[in-house]
Design a protein around this ligand. Structure first.
Ligand code: PBG
Length: 328
């Protein structure tokens, strides 16, 4: 302590056991977590995802047991991704009435009362793995919007509470809102992947979802992580187009954007704690280099502290299980 200073500032007074919990103004609640669920049309039973230890691709038949687990943990919502049996250039597997996502949504709704969000994109459904219609070697924005509208309507018709467009096409939120409203799905909410950067941290997901682009990369549509103004402008536009919830992705490399979104806009903010962020922690833990439970709790707390209202995370079931006193 510096001499002569009075009253002494002793921060450690509040760090004593029994007092420190009073200062925990941020906590992780299972009901604010969304769990990504990969459903694969070709499977008869769930398969582990190599690049994401502890995560699975599920078959439709696994959905009832998964629903039971999600409900027991009290997580807030499932975010459904589909792997179709066949892919084609118009991504038709994404909008068929009996597409894999549509079937999965119906199965979750039949087996639980969990809220269901659906990822709305084409990359898992096209042979080239891009998020839209490819014409002349590049992704055609406006042709893609038309397909996104169809996907949205089919997902809403299957029972999705929330559709979550992740393809980063310009105008996607407005055209999806229009398509939904035209079909009477005025209550289906849009969670927009608004500030989604072209990131190296999606690698494990692309293995899981078999959605790597076969040529080029996604930098002509996903935003530049080095540009803060682009993040904010994307969020601003999505709100103007009618997004109900905006999302920042990845989370850990963009906590500053989560904070800015929280301060600038009066809409719910989600953050996506992506596959690479999950796998880094998991790999270190499996090597005995990091305390998994401590690290995950700290990471998720930091995303909420930055200002997120909800977090999409592969850790959701484990974390919610710990909070219920289960040892996972
Ligand atoms: C689909 C989509 C991706 C992710 C969510 N939706 C992949 C991508 O943009 O390449 C990534 C999620 C993750 O890494 O956990 N466009």
């Amino acid at each position: 302590m510096s001499a002569g200073q009075f009253p002494y500032v002793r921060m450690r007074r509040l760090r004593r056991e029994g007092i420190r919990q009073l200062l925990s103004s941020v906590s992780v609640r299972p009901s604010s977590l969304m769990y990504p669920v990969f459903v694969d049309e070709r499977l008869r039973e769930k398969q582990p995802i190599q690049s994401m230890p502890g995560q699975f691709r599920y078959s439709i038949g696994d959905i009832p047991a998964l629903c039971e687990e999600m409900e027991r943990c009290g997580i807030g919502a499932a975010m459904v991704f589909g792997l179709p049996e066949t892919k084609d250039d118009s991504g038709s597997g994404a909008y068929g009435k009996d597409g894999i996502v549509q079937k999965a949504v119906r199965a979750i709704k039949e087996n639980s009362s969990i809220a269901v969000a659906t990822d709305l994109c084409m990359c898992e459904y096209t042979p080239h793995g891009h998020c839209g219609i490819v014409k002349g070697g590049s992704v055609d924005n406006d042709a893609t919007l038309e397909i996104y509208g169809r996907i949205a309507v089919s997902q809403a018709a299957a029972g999705a509470d929330i559709v979550a467009p992740s393809g980063m096409m310009d105008g996607q939120v407005a055209s999806i809102r229009k398509a939904l409203d035209a079909e009477g799905f005025t209550d289906t909410a849009i969670l927009a992947y608004s500030a989604k950067a072209a990131s190296s941290f999606y690698g494990p997901f692309r293995e899981a979802a078999e959605s790597s682009p076969s040529f080029g990369d996604r930098r002509t549509y996903q935003l530049n992580f080095a540009s803060g103004t682009e993040h904010i402008r994307e969020i601003e536009l999505d709100i103007a187009e009618g997004a109900d919830i905006v999302m920042v992705k990845p989370a850990l490399t963009a906590l500053d954007m989560v904070r800015r979104a929280r301060e600038l806009f009066n809409v719910p903010v989600a953050a996506y704690n992506v596959s690479g962020e999950y796998s880094m922690v998991k790999a270190a833990a499996l090597n005995g280099w990091i305390d998994y439970r401590g690290a995950v709790t700290e990471i998720l707390t930091s995303i909420f502290r930055a200002g997120a209202d909800m977090v999409v995370t592969y850790h959701a079931l484990e974390v919610a299980g710990w909070m219920k006193g289960e040892v996972v």
